[in-house]
Design a protein around this ligand. Structure first.
Ligand code: SF4
Length: 468
């Protein structure tokens, strides 16, 4: 555990109580909280966790910012663009504080952990800054911030043991739910801030994961997505990730199990076999490659070689029927030459991912790469490389979707399609969005499984008609 330095203007919530949830805040019953989330699914799951923790102490969820007593911006520090958007958002929210001076405005999540000084300096009207390991204390921190003339309340203490066991996240009703099974990360990739903002890796006890999965099954969710920064390296005492999947598969009502984001080298043969054996475990995996140059991978401090990555993809495709794969790619990492970039592009073409999340490298403050490497690939070159792989990947994704035309796919219906209310949208077992006309008698609803004959597609969506 480490205590972060606090400026004299900042109130230390630990100064008066050393305990966790040591006091129940008074006068918060019915206070309305609005949480806006940036970043990854871990962050969305954390917002649900915060909602659950606050609800236990009497706070209620606000439908809009306008009716809120408390606005929390749950932030992401992984990409520069997300950080810029948050600062833009905060200055916009200052208007709400002018209209309602009692409004508590808080920043939570990775930026709170990483950029607390900058937040207080650039947005001194922020009342509350809370890091990802301090949500247990959120009700009392909010109550402190509500006090008249309170100084900004900051709690960014990392806690090596915190996994939020026993809390019930406030999940919106729906078809799928997230369950965090792991917090933090031990990999220390040189471009990544996560190990510094979320601390070291620790697994949630398997009984707690099972409790949450049973709870969501009882509430009617059909799909669970297990979350962790390197989810397949999960371990708790002698339970590994394959064991954890085996414990979730028999839960009545959970029809589909997904997980994200795995770390390539931590896929064991035992885990691959477990995925292959169980229909409930979706045959779609996200496998971040980042680069196909061994020199670049080494500079990124990824712990695998290109050869090991390719071997893993081959073994998985051999053993898991109809496996769909996605990946993450960073272009323009410090020192990446034209030739090294071309290796990445060539391997993407060869491996043919179903889709890819592709990014230009941007420096994140306090990472090893920012401190020790020169961001030496010109912006124009980064853009060119990014455009080139995006165009190629679009073609590959489209071709893969086209190969499904004429097949029948089982689809878990999620609800109306985003573009047209007369259509329904859902996902195949390998995670492809599928859109089809809503039947006239409205006999199909979210959570149903239906067969869809695929008749057409775009690069990312299958289009079809109900079968039969
Ligand atoms: S594995 Fe690497 S990229 Fe992923 S969270 Fe950990 S340090 Fe960041």
């Amino acid at each position: 555990m480490s205590t972060q330095p606090l400026s004299s203007k900042i109130k230390d919530p630990h100064a008066n109580n050393g305990g966790v949830n040591a006091m129940k805040p008074d006068d918060v019953d019915g206070k309305k909280v609005f949480i806006e989330t940036y970043g990854c699914q871990m962050n969305l799951a954390d917002s649900e966790l915060m909602g659950g923790i606050l609800a236990e102490e009497g706070f209620t969820a606000a439908d809009s910012m306008e009716e809120s007593d408390v606005i929390l911006i749950n932030t992401c520090a992984v990409r520069e663009s997300a950080e810029d958007r948050v600062f833009g958002r905060l200055s916009h929210l200052l208007q709400h504080k002018h209209e309602n001076p009692e409004l508590v405005l808080g920043v939570t999540g990775c930026m709170a952990e990483n950029l607390r000084e900058k937040i207080v300096e650039k947005a001194p009207y922020v009342d509350l800054v809370v890091g990802p390991d301090a949500y247990r204390r959120l009700p009392e921190l909010v109550a402190d911030a509500m006090e008249e003339n309170a100084d900004p309340v900051i709690d960014v203490k990392l806690d090596q043991d915190e996994v939020y066991e026993g809390f019930s996240p406030k999940r919106e009703d729906g078809v799928g739910a997230w369950v965090s099974v792991q917090r933090g990360c031990d990999k220390f990739c040189t471009f990544c801030i996560v190990p510094f903002t979320r601390g070291r890796e620790r697994g949630v006890p398997p009984e707690e994961v099972v409790r949450q999965c049973k709870d969501i099954a009882e509430r009617g969710f059909k799909k669970v997505t297990l979350l962790g920064q390197t989810v397949n390296s999960y371990e708790y005492e002698d339970t590994d990730f394959a064991d954890l999947l085996e414990m979730i598969v028999p839960i009545d009502g959970i029809e589909r199990i997904r997980f994200t984001s795995p770390y390539p080298i931590d896929f064991t043969d035992k885990l691959i076999d477990t995925i292959a054996r169980h229909d409930e475990v979706c045959n779609y995996l996200h496998l971040p490659m980042q680069s196909a140059s061994n020199e670049v991978l080494e500079r990124m401090r990824r712990q695998y070689t290109v050869e090991e990555y390719v071997d893993l993809v081959e073994r998985m495709r051999e053993r898991i029927d109809g496996l769909a794969l996605s990946t993450d790619i960073i272009v323009g990492f410090p020192g990446e030459t034209d030739e090294q970039f071309q290796q990445t592009k060539d391997l993407m073409e060869e491996l043919r991912f179903d889709f890819a999340y592709m990014f230009k490298y941007s420096e994140r403050s306090k990472t090893y790469a920012e401190r020790e490497m020169e961001d030496d690939v010109p912006e124009s070159v980064k853009k060119e490389r990014l455009t080139s792989i995006i165009e190629m990947q679009e073609d590959i994704s489209r071709e893969i979707c086209e190969s499904r035309i004429g097949t029948t796919q089982e689809v878990l219906v999620e609800g109306p399609s985003k573009r047209d209310d007369s259509e329904l949208s859902g996902r195949t077992d390998d995670f492809k969005t599928t859109v089809f006309p809503r039947p006239a008698d409205d006999s199909i609803e979210a959570g149903d499984f239906v067969d869809v004959d695929i008749t057409d597609c775009t690069s990312h969506t299958l289009l079809g008609e109900l079968s039969g």
